[in-house]
Write a protein that binds this ligand. Structure first.
Ligand code: AVJ
Length: 321
């Protein structure tokens, strides 16, 4: 309560539901079947992701948080006086605190997230902890044009994209996103990006298939969400959670694999699954310092500084326009 959430221009809850429906029907009609990982993050999905971050196997969050804490003074050097901090896919905004603490001259914080529930909680907590900071949340898909609140026009902007969320995108999509942030921010811009690194296969696979089954529940939750919001009749337990490494693309893929031949109806449309047929629900690309620098360059950015944690390796990059 009490938190007002701005919506991206041209965006509304009705339109979002229509896009969700259209994307879901298209994904179930395509071959192989596939969903966009952005639809994981309803209220329950955002909570399940926070729970994943607490599992012993999911190293990225705690590794990146420790690294950010250590390098925060150096990151603060990239943040100008009075800057606006713009975060893409801000979720619980926990890592943001490291930057806010290290650069108290940040004047405003604009978290952008697809989950209104996650944004509301994060905004309330941050306003409480940082009373002199202007927190101006925006609900929306950050791959669409992000409008900064007009009241912040003219201030320098630093963009922050932690969590290796960039790994959810294909290289082509990641380059498009990097370019659009570059265009929005202008020539003096800095972009702080966290990117998980290629590492031992057993470590990677365990991170996406924890023993407690939190990741499996997160993956299946998209079926629960489709049932509720789009009138589907998925039996989530009729699909097995699977995490696999795709060596050619250097990515972990998550799938939901149909345990048997079955039919599912969504919004009145019927879809047939063969036994063993999968829905590809997520890509999580892993990088090397070189592969990330190449991606950044293709997106119009140059790596100004970078840090990499000890194993399990996770990297933070400061990109310069
Ligand atoms: C939030 C996209 C970075 O890909 O590691 C966690 C999401 N998926 N476990 C990731 C996720 C399965 C996460 N990102």
């Amino acid at each position: 309560g009490g938190v007002r959430l701005a919506r991206d221009a041209g965006n509304s809850p009705d339109r979002e539901q229509l896009t969700f429906l259209r994307d879901t029907l298209a994904g179930l009609s395509s071959s192989p079947k596939a969903f966009s990982p952005k639809y994981f993050y309803d209220g329950t999905g955002s909570e399940l992701f926070e729970a994943i971050c607490l599992t012993p196997e999911y190293y990225p969050t705690r590794t990146e948080t420790a690294l950010l804490r250590e390098i925060a003074p150096a990151l603060a050097e990239a943040i100008p006086q009075g800057a606006v901090l713009l975060e893409l896919g801000s979720g619980a905004s926990d890592k943001t605190r490291m930057l806010l603490d290290a650069a108290p001259w940040i004047s405003a914080y604009v978290p952008v997230d697809i989950s209104p529930d996650a944004l509301e909680g994060a905004t309330a907590r941050l306003r409480e902890a940082y009373p002199s900071l202007a927190v101006q949340p925006v609900v929306g898909d950050f791959t669409q044009a992000i409008e900064l609140p007009p009241s912040l026009a003219g201030r320098p902007v630093v963009a922050f994209f932690p969590g290796s969320t960039i790994g959810n995108f294909t290289p082509e999509e990641a380059v498009a996103l990097l370019r659009s942030v570059r265009e929005r921010l202008g020539d003096d811009a800095r972009f702080i990006v966290g990117a998980d690194q290629v590492k031992a296969l057993d470590v990677l696979l365990a991170a996406y298939d924890d023993a407690e089954g939190v990741t499996a529940a997160f993956n299946r939750n998209v079926l629960v969400r489709i049932n509720r919001e789009l009138g589907g009749d998925f039996d989530p337990q009729a699909f097995e959670h699977r995490a696999v490494w795709n060596p050619a693309c250097e990515r972990i893929e998550m799938h939901l694999v149909s345990r048997e031949a079955q039919r599912v109806t969504v919004a009145g449309q019927m879809f047939a699954f063969a036994a063993g047929e999968s829905i590809h629900t997520e890509n999580s690309h892993k990088f090397t310092p070189a592969s990330f620098a190449r991606l950044a360059a293709d997106g119009g950015w140059e790596v100004e500084r970078s840090w990499i944690s000890p194993d399990p390796a996770f990297a933070v990059f400061v990109l310069k326009a």
